[in-house]
Design a binder for this molecule. Structure first.
Ligand code: PLP
Length: 396
């Protein structure tokens, strides 16, 4: 019929999160924005750190317009990549160079480019529940198929036995996302070490590398003294898909990178495949100005103490009302067990209390809901009576 039906379907189908967000906008127009408690979107609510605007001003003053806004090399400005490589090497005790880095327009592009760099027809990619729903879109568009492996629902750490059963000769890669969207869970060193041990054994058994794709836009958003293990220290065949969207609160600026481990098998060829996929997909030369901002601000973060404050407030209140919550050590999402089996029905009920929550079915976890707490602390405070009333409605 002339156009790609699959793409048309993707374009026409709005995500559940978007549906709820649109509903929220309509409802706010009806009853007032302060009466609707919208916990649907994962848009950072803390401003970018000063270094972002400061750097933009300095760059505008110090660089010629042509240099600032012109094309960089396809894989990104060499100085920017050097600066990020130095930071990563120092911070995580690894040795990476500019030649291992490919600048992208955020984690979404990092994932698509990485998947296209390694996927061949018939390949399977494993992810763990709950997972970012776009993984299915990205994997299928790269010609692969997505296999989801359930995590332990007690704490949402990895179920290594389930993983072991899911890995086959067709497994080309495993996607991990820690801190996790939508659960906020940070994978422990034990989970990571266990995962890597299974993958090393299976790679050797099948005589082919299984790649680890680490989707980590929330790496710096962790609370307390929780550590997020750096995968290059555990597994050679790793591609890190990083984004500055959340760490610097600049999601609309679209900037991130892919780091190809220098110790990956045939690392130079893998990096060439990343460059090739970037070229084939048209993801060359990420925005020049924000490459430079990222290069200068790497290591800085927005004030994450605000997210911690929100988490503490929401978690302790919801637990006191009787909700079963998964304690989030990172990101800005709280994962809560639905008070009825059908999380969609529960979210509909929540709307009666002007609470906008997201059912986790699309994240591969029916029976749970996601609450995004990247909102003002005031919104959380004002919403608490509604959460309490919702819990009471189920008790009665
Ligand atoms: N991966 C996960 C788990 C996310 O939550 C997001 C955005 O929310 C992305 C990838 C995409 O990030 P970006 O905006 O940097 O493309």
């Amino acid at each position: 019929m002339g156009i790609n039906q699959k793409m048309m379907g993707l374009g026409k189908k709005r995500s559940v999160i978007r549906e709820i967000f649109e509903y929220g906008n309509k409802r706010k127009a009806q009853i007032g924005a302060d009466k609707v408690f919208d916990f649907s979107l994962g848009n950072p609510s803390v401003p970018a750190p000063d270094c972002v605007n400061q750097t933009i001003k300095e760059l505008i003053q110090s660089e010629s317009s042509l240099a600032l806004h012109g094309y960089t090399s396809a894989q990104g400005d060499a100085g920017v990549r050097r600066s990020i490589a130095d930071y990563v090497s120092k911070t995580h005790g690894v040795e990476v160079s500019a030649d291992n880095l490919y600048m992208t327009v955020g984690a979404a592009a990092s994932l698509t480019v990485s998947l296209n760099a390694i996927a061949e027809p018939g390949d399977e990619f494993i992810c763990f529940t709950p997972f970012f729903p776009e993984y299915r879109v990205f994997v299928e568009a790269a010609g692969g198929s997505l296999v989801s492996v359930p995590s332990r629902t007690s704490d949402f750490q990895l179920d290594l036995e389930a993983l072991e059963k899911a890995v086959t000769e067709n497994t080309k890669g495993v996607i991990v996302n820690s801190p996790n969207n939508p659960s906020g869970v940070v994978l422990t060193e034990e989970s990571i070490a266990g995962l890597c041990s299974v993958l090393k054994r299976k790679s050797a058994e099948f005589g082919a590398p299984i790649y680890l794709i680490s989707d980590e836009p929330y790496r710096e958003l962790v609370y307390g003294d929780v550590k997020v293990p750096y995968l290059l220290n555990y597994y050679d065949n790793t591609l890190v898909c990083y984004s500055f969207s959340k760490s610097l609160s600049i999601p609309g600026e679209r900037i991130g990178y892919i780091l190809v481990s220098p110790t990956a098998e045939n690392s130079a060829d893998l990096y060439a495949a990343v460059c090739g996929a970037g070229r084939a997909l048209g993801f060359v030369c990420a925005p020049s100005l924000f490459q430079k901002v990222a290069g200068r601000c790497v290591g800085q973060t927005a004030d994450v103490s605000i997210y911690k404050k929100n988490r503490d407030l929401l978690l302790s209140a919801l637990e006191s009302y009787g909700y079963r919550c998964i304690k989030p050590d990172g990101a800005f999402y709280l994962f809560v067990e639905s008070l009825e089996k059908d999380a969609y029905a529960f979210c509909e009920k929540a709307k009666e209390f002007e609470l906008l929550l997201v059912p986790a079915d699309d994240f591969g976890c029916p029976g749970f809901v996601r609450i995004s707490y990247c909102v003002t602390t005031e919104q959380i405070q004002n919403a608490l009576p509604a959460f309490e009333a919702l819990a009471k409605a189920y008790k009665n």
